[in-house]
Design a protein around this ligand. Sequence first.
Ligand code: SF4
Length: 314
Amino acid sequence: MANIWYIQVNRYCNNQCHFCSNPSNWKNITYERWIELLDDFKKKNYAWVIFTGWEPTLSPDLPKWIEYSKKLWLWNRIISNWMKCSDYEYTKKLADSWLELVHFSVYSCYEKVHDFLTDTPWSWKKLMMSITNALKCWVRVQINTVINHYNEKHLDKTVKFLVKTFPPIHHFIWNNLDPEMMRKTNIAKSTLPDYDAFKPSLNRAMEFLESSWRSFRAEKVPLCYIRWFEWCSTETRKIVKDEERIIHFLDFREKIHETDFEHEKLEECKKCDLNWICSWIYEHKKFYNYVKVYPQKITRQEKENIITKIKSEF
Ligand code: SF4
């Protein structure tokens, strides 16, 4: 089982994304607490530790933490905006401390759209430089894209642009927007995606990646919006593989141990053959009450194929 442990290392950032789900409170995890968590993690047989935050690269202890996780023989990865890695020397320092895998948050192939969403001028240019530096240092790179109103119709173009510009990148993740903790401004609210609008471009992006032998995952996307790619849903994979994840927050939530990935569904979902592996949407009534569902019919063979594909992959 690929159980994953997320640890927030700080809660401040050098971007100001309108839809950020972890707003700043200026907290830092202490070095001692980090070591304590990693030791515990090792005992509990988790596969990956993920350094997250607002922005882990703003923590001066990051290289030390990476080194310590390697001493314990743990796999580590960082989810980051990576602005700091536009500095080659900094990227090299992380690579030398045995950083294995980084997730870059790229919202769009269009510089203007990305900079608008991060609310930070030049962030797209720096990000492109950072990806170049990471690849030069032989760090494995994956791409995270938050699906939102401003990129919902060109998710496929963004993927094609990245594959063409950075051919070594082989894995892409789309995270549907989580509005629970985002800013309460009108601009932030305007980023909520239209599910029927993102469906065609998301499916085109998946078809393209599949045809070029690349892998991908989609998080918080109901299965009727990714028909034929159900196996790539993060939640579906966790349901089928009976996995769990632990998240350590630097706020009132403190620690969340997730073992149940299904959310309260709509009446129509009862008629759907994918109901048993679909997680639907978190906080549907509060934020996403405009989203429609499309109950599906699948054959027994299709059902078996989904399970087999999920179980055969890491
Ligand atoms: S109809 Fe409901 S259960 Fe079926 S795929 Fe859509 S959201 Fe999931």
